[in-house]
Design a protein. Structure first.
Length: 66
């Protein structure tokens, strides 16, 4: 995967993590019913993927061991 694609995917996953964190932190609205989307696990998955893609981008530029 080239650097441009890696950075674009990393930015997308970071934005998804921020959005899911915002949605997961909102108080529940009991009038609407239960939440059907698990925002907190989505936030954790997206943030972990963004960090992995950041490390991949650093390695493709030349930083890191090896």
């Amino acid at each position: 995967m080239d650097l441009r694609t890696t950075l674009a995917l990393g930015a997308g996953f970071a934005a998804l993590a921020a959005f899911a964190g915002w949605r997961g932190a909102r108080p529940p609205n009991l009038m609407k019913g239960p939440r059907l989307i698990p925002w907190r696990p989505i936030m954790v998955f997206a943030a972990a993927t963004a960090v992995i893609l950041l490390v991949q981008a650093e390695r493709s530029v030349g930083f890191g061991p090896g």
